[in-house]
Design a protein around this ligand. Structure first.
Ligand code: XLS
Ligand code: NI
Ligand code: NI
Length: 441
């Protein structure tokens, strides 16, 4: 394979909204300061290894369509090395500050745990060198606990304790690798932590196993001095019929039940939110409210397809509503926007990977500008504050302070008269959002 792989593309530059150059940013201007932070620091973009470099374009009916020679040529280690060279060429040309990986994206699985661990260590050494040379940092690492048939009945929730123990060893190894690479977070997505049928499943037992597993992850984090955040990525189903980490609310209840609410936060994926029947913005607001907002897997679903299609984000409106909740929550700390997104199967030109990411980054940058402008104008928050203003009056404050009983309010109701409704003004507020999207420059 000849280097460079993306030989028709140079470093992507910001050229502004009037540019017609499809290989330039029109909105993402990394150094531009918006609401007190550079766009680079607000958005903290990451590119993911698995969809971009490990997936060959296959789907359940068809074989690989994409030009990814390292996936089928030669010795597995040499192929993994070639893949990493291409990945870092891509990150550098795209100017993304972060990347994300699964252990088995960067290294081939060997014949034993020991072989696999050695492969991972070798590739982590190489990755450390690439990070050093390019300045690209690791947003998060994660272990692939759902691909191999040993995990078909789950990893931590497996009925066989040997599988639980294997998964624990694999996660420890991957956490050590993430720590060595200076990862800002460590992610756990429970791809097969769920069930197909209750006929063969002991739910209580499986939840207790998962609770113990996550506690071991937190203990290990402290034992090795890893300062990144531990994140759980909720998803309602797929590949399992029912997954325990269904949505943010389910994860929050789980964390509280197992004593983890101060140690673990969430990585919210757009398409997982919509599969759970929620808006993306709802999941962020739920996490911010619970104090567990961590990071985002930025992608988009399809209105008519009921699975995780992982398109690149294209809707400025959807992302503006998401960014609004992120900014209201104070913005990212350890987290960022990881493009857990993949090309369509027919996008087989090498530079399609750039077009996809450029579109996603510009969409998010426009969303940031619009959300920041909504917050700066203060109109929306003023309206919302007014809507609840009664709660600052004597009746509201005394009820919340516990100065009333149901019986007391029963007595009051006889003389109080009918409450006066006010307009919720939803359409007015939707127009306000539209105006900020139109004008944000
Ligand atoms: C799958 C998940 C996965 C995680 C990482 O739907 O989104 O890609 O982000 O294991
Ligand atoms: Ni994801
Ligand atoms: Ni996903």
């Amino acid at each position: 394979m000849d280097a460079p792989f993306f030989n028709t593309v140079d470093r992507i530059e910001f050229e502004g909204p009037e540019s017609d150059n499809p290989l330039a940013f029109r909105w993402y201007d990394a150094d531009r300061v918006v609401a007190g932070r550079s766009m680079r620091d607000h958005l903290r973009f990451a590119s993911c290894y698995w969809h971009s470099f490990n997936w060959n374009g296959s789907d359940i009916f068809g074989d690989g369509s994409l030009d990814r020679p390292w996936l089928h040529d030669g010795d597995p280690i040499a192929a993994a090395e070639a893949k990493m060279a291409v990945a870092f060429e891509f990150f550098e040309k795209l100017t993304v500050p972060f990347w994300c990986f699964h252990d088995l994206d960067i290294a081939p699985e060997g014949h034993s745990f020991k072989d696999t661990a050695a492969n991972i260590d070798h590739m982590v050494d190489l990755a450390a060198g690439y990070q050093e040379r390019t300045g690209v940092e690791l947003l998060w690492g994660t272990a692939k606990l759902f691909g191999h048939p040993r995990f078909m009945a789950g990893a931590a929730t497996n009925p066989d304790p040997e599988v639980f123990a294997y998964a624990a060893g694999q996660v420890a190894h991957c956490m050590n690798a993430t720590h060595r690479l200076g990862g800002h977070n460590y992610v756990l997505w429970g791809g097969r932590e769920g069930y197909e049928t209750l006929l063969n499943t002991d739910m209580k037992r499986e939840l207790d196993q998962l609770g113990r597993f996550f506690n071991m992850v937190v203990e290990h984090k402290h034992a090795i001095g890893f300062e990144g955040m531990i994140l759980i990525e909720p998803k309602p189903f797929e590949p399992t019929k029912h997954q325990y980490d269904y949505d943010v609310a389910a994860v929050h209840a789980f964390l509280q039940r197992y004593g983890l609410a101060d140690e673990v936060k969430v990585n919210i994926e757009v398409n997982h939110a919509t599969l759970a029947g929620h808006d993306f913005a709802h999941e962020i607001a739920a996490a911010v409210t619970a104090g567990i907002f961590g990071s985002i897997d930025a992608n988009a679903g399809d209105d008519r397809l009921g699975w995780d299609v992982d398109r690149f984000p294209v809707s400025v409106e959807q992302m503006t509503l998401g960014m609004l909740e992120i900014l209201r929550g104070g913005g990212f700390t350890s987290g960022g926007l990881n493009f857990d997104a993949k090309l369509r199967r027919q996008s087989i030109a090498r530079d399609d990977l750039f077009h996809a990411h450029i579109g996603g980054m510009d969409t998010m940058a426009r969303a940031l500008l619009a959300a920041a402008s909504i917050i700066e104008s203060g109109e929306l928050d003023r309206f919302r504050d007014d809507r609840y203003s009664g709660w600052s009056e004597p009746l509201g404050t005394s009820m919340l302070a516990g100065d009333h009983t149901l019986a007391g309010l029963h007595e009051r109701a006889f003389g109080a008269g009918e409450p006066m409704p006010i307009s919720g003004r939803q359409e007015h507020l939707e127009n306000l959002v539209a105006r900020h999207i139109e004008r944000a420059r």
